[in-house]
Design a protein around this ligand. Structure first.
Ligand SMILES: *Cc1c(COP(=O)(O)O)cnc(C)c1O
Length: 478
């Protein structure tokens, strides 16, 4: 292909040939970079920055595909993080199921947009069907939902939608009038180790960080129910307005799971809504351990991330709501996009359920993977990562060289060498140079190491090997 060609896919033979060549060379190049099990080349940031600085971006005359590609192969591809590596476990960041990578190719090639039926006919119908089935899976008999860009967007959408619904029921329409005069009294309650998207959301919703009350956690890193009751009741009696309680179903660091039934009871007592942030834990609904999640259908809305335990490529997330009317807060009509008369004729325009306008056809990835793996295949994946965490916890908790304060509920284990903060930090950095990437967090004032195990191909052997290396480093790095 020549840079002066204007090439988009079409029925022309040349366009099809170009597509086939580029995609097939890309596949080869991806496979060529996978030469070992390491997660990362280990290159230092200064060297990498220098190499990337030297790359031309927008030359006067375009470069050939071959040139661009050979520089990609030299500088970029080898220094990408390899999410499929058994040596990669710092974050809730997963390898992608192979069939879902094929799905991404279809998504990009057809480039559907989910805002209106005429921009994605089959895509719209498929998303609607999947949302309905997800509602059934999570126990909503008459729910609704939307795909989103991630757990953060799902959480922020839930916060805004439930705040608006709460106020609408009290006769105040936030959509038209903005916040009521007593807005400083509104409160959101969430665990002290919940995701920061609720702080961001509260700020964006005009309530500020001050509206987010962080509830203390118990020894299992779950919201302490007695304390929650005391704090919320004191606030209520002082005239504050608890409108939302958040249950984290799998905290980002520990994978700990708040008790949704207890929080529902408290929410009902004070007239608040309940949101379940299951960005992490939602995958376990398909595992043998689904009862650990509690009855999520008790929540008024649920965040589901498919780009974590479900192993689908970024981005892929959904927000489910128990009452269909909840998402009406995002409904607006534009003459050019989603005319009211379209909807009367049976055309569905999904833009009215989302804060996004142009939106990816991520639902395709869920469709392909769910159908191919089936319940049995998905269960194998989820059970494997949960069992790996239990195995690793049993190893570190029975070894006097380590502390491991919290048995895993999902697939994360937080632990530390007993040699102290500086040694733990040094262990993580030394491992990174060896191509092994693990997580680091804090518990109280202690630096902790973290394994977030999302790769079902990881074996006990891999875990033993990395643990052995950590022990060795703990001895030499003090
Ligand atoms: C990851 C995570 C989020 C944020 O989700 P993104 O998809 O990264 O935006 C929210 N809540 C919890 C509990 C998470 O683990």
């Amino acid at each position: 292909m020549n840079s002066t060609d204007i090439t988009v896919l079409s029925s022309q033979k040349e366009a099809k040939e170009t597509f086939r060549e580029m995609i097939s060379e890309t596949v080869d190049a991806i496979l060529e970079t996978i030469v070992d099990d390491n997660a990362f080349s280990g290159i230092d940031p200064y060297t990498l920055r220098k190499e990337i600085e030297a790359l031309p971006l927008l030359p006067e005359a375009g470069d050939s595909w071959q040139n661009v590609f050979s520089s990609l192969k030299a500088t970029i591809l080898p220094n990408l993080l390899r999410t499929w590596s058994p040596c990669y476990m710092p974050h809730l960041h997963s390898p992608a199921l192979i069939e879902s990578i094929a799905a991404e190719l279809i998504i990009a090639a057809f480039n559907q947009s989910m805002d209106s039926w005429d921009q994605g006919p089959a895509a719209t119908e498929l998303e609607v069907k999947i949302i309905n089935e997800l509602c059934t899976l999570f126990g909503y008999s008459d729910g609704d939902g939307t795909f989103t860009s991630g757990g953060s967007q799902s959480n922020i959408s839930a916060l805004v939608a439930l705040r608006d619904k709460y106020l609408l029921e009290k006769g105040w329409d936030v959509k038209k009038h903005g916040l009521p005069d007593d807005w400083r009294k509104f409160r959101i309650y969430t665990s002290s180790i919940s995701h920061f998207s609720f702080d961001k959301g509260s700020h964006m919703a005009g309530l500020g960080y001050d509206a987010v009350v962080k509830l203390p956690v118990d020894g299992k890193m779950r919201i302490d129910i007695k304390e929650a009751e005391r704090i919320i009741s004191d606030d209520y009696n002082a005239g504050l307005k608890p409108f939302l309680i958040v249950a984290t179903i799998g905290t980002t660091d520990f994978g700990s799971i708040d008790q949704v039934d207890e929080l529902r009871r408290i929410a009902d007592e004070y007239g608040a809504y309940l949101h379940a942030d299951a960005a992490y834990g939602s995958g376990a609904i398909l595992s043998s351990y689904s009862s650990r999640l509690g009855n999520l259908s008790l929540a008024d809305s649920i965040t589901v991330d498919f780009h974590k335990m479900f192993l689908l490529p970024i981005s892929c997330s959904a927000l489910l709501v128990k009452d269909k009317s909840t998402l009406e807060t995002f409904q607006l009509h534009a003459d050019y996009l989603n005319r009211e008369e379209d909807e009367e004729e049976g055309y569905i325009n999904l833009v009215g359920k989302s804060m996004q306008t142009t939106r990816r056809f991520d639902a395709l990835k869920v469709y392909i993977s769910f159908r191919m793996r089936g319940r049995r295949g998905m269960k194998l994946i989820m059970d494997k990562v949960i069992e790996n965490a239990e195995y690793f916890y049993s190893r570190v908790s029975s070894d006097s060289a380590f502390i491991a304060p919290c048995p895993p509920s999902l697939s994360s284990v937080v632990f530390a060498s007993n040699k102290g903060d500086e040694t733990n930090k040094a262990i993580r950095k030394a491992l990174m140079k060896e191509g092994i990437i693990i997580g680091q967090t804090v518990l109280g004032d202690k630096v902790m190491l973290k394994f977030t195990l999302l790769n079902p191909q990881l074996t006990h052997g891999h875990l033993d090997q990395i643990l052995w290396r950590i022990k060795e480093l703990a001895e030499t790095l003090q």
